[in-house]
Design a protein around this ligand. Structure first.
Ligand SMILES: [Zn+2]
Length: 288
């Protein structure tokens, strides 16, 4: 099974049939479809209400049960808590957040993540350099996401392995594994979304470091393309799959790790798998 954990919707031509045909041609069984952006991102030509954005993403996913609608929320909006409630009530499977005006650990935002965790929904965060024409990348540095240690019960993913800060991103993942050793009550869980992000030149280095560092990552890596429903890019998909395949044979990645990457981990992320992997914790002094 192949699931794409990172598919956007832009306010361009919305042709659901064309999107479904392309998924089929690419042998993609489903994945995460992220709603139109909230206003703060200034990505949209028009203005959309919460309802518009929810209805639109639900419509894109409704004919394929393996497409998981994610609602893109700006946790700094004054009615963010109501938006969470509304989104969950109408069947949203998870949330997307880009921190473009706030740090991940902002107290207002943390309350929204806690509410999302209470509903047992995951959050896919952008992380790494942010191409928005503004001074915003500092908000997306991986170490800023340590603040999520305060959101127990949350499953969250950092997209793009935080390119260009992938070393820091992998270290933060290690930090979360180590935190489990310190704090028995801790249940927040970090995932890494390998959607490019990483330009091809860096891909081998990123995947080799991620999979060979010795941390227990097998059950927490997601495959995504960062493509979109408006013109799902099959060449892009194929190029990344082929490129990764070569790297995976070089590092002799196991079939189980690949199965986890391409489908099982995302199913667990969105709450559709009963699989509860036992984590190999990172104990201080043994590895660092
Ligand atoms: Zn994206």
């Amino acid at each position: 099974m192949l699931l794409d954990s990172h598919i956007h919707i832009f306010d361009k031509k919305m042709d659901r049939d064309d999107f479904y045909i392309k998924l089929k041609e690419g042998n993609v069984d489903g994945g995460v479809v992220i709603s139109l952006a909230p206003g703060a991102l200034k990505w949209n030509e028009k203005e959309y209400t919460t309802k518009d954005r929810l209805n639109n993403v639900l419509w894109f996913c409704e004919k394929n049960p393996m497409l998981f609608p994610f609602y893109w929320i700006n946790p700094m909006e004054s009615n963010a808590m109501d938006q969470v409630k509304e989104a969950v009530a109408c069947g949203i499977k998870g949330f997307k957040i880009i921190c473009n005006t706030h740090f991940p650990g902002d107290q207002t935002a943390i309350k929204v993540y806690q509410e999302i965790a209470r509903y047992e929904k995951p959050i896919l965060f952008h992380s790494g350099i942010l191409w928005d024409g503004l001074n915003s990348s500092d908000y997306n540095k991986p170490s800023q996401f340590e603040a999520l240690l305060n959101v127990n019960g949350l499953k969250f993913a950092l997209a793009h392995v935080s390119w260009p800060w992938y070393d820091e991103c992998i270290a933060v993942y290690g930090k979360f594994l180590n935190a489990f050793a310190w704090r028995k009550d801790l249940s927040v869980e970090m995932f890494l979304d390998i959607a490019p992000g990483t330009p091809p030149l860096y891909r081998q280095e990123v995947l080799r470091k991620l999979y060979c560092i010795g941390y227990d990552v097998q059950n927490n890596v997601l495959f995504g393309t960062d493509s979109n429903v408006n013109d799902y890019n099959l060449k892009w998909l194929k190029d990344w799959l082929n490129r990764d395949q070569v790297i995976f044979s070089e590092i002799q990645l196991s079939q189980e790790s690949k199965d986890c990457l391409y489908s099982k981990n995302l199913l667990r992320f969105v709450g559709l798998s009963g699989h509860k992997p036992t984590k190999k914790l990172l104990v201080t002094g043994e590895e660092s």
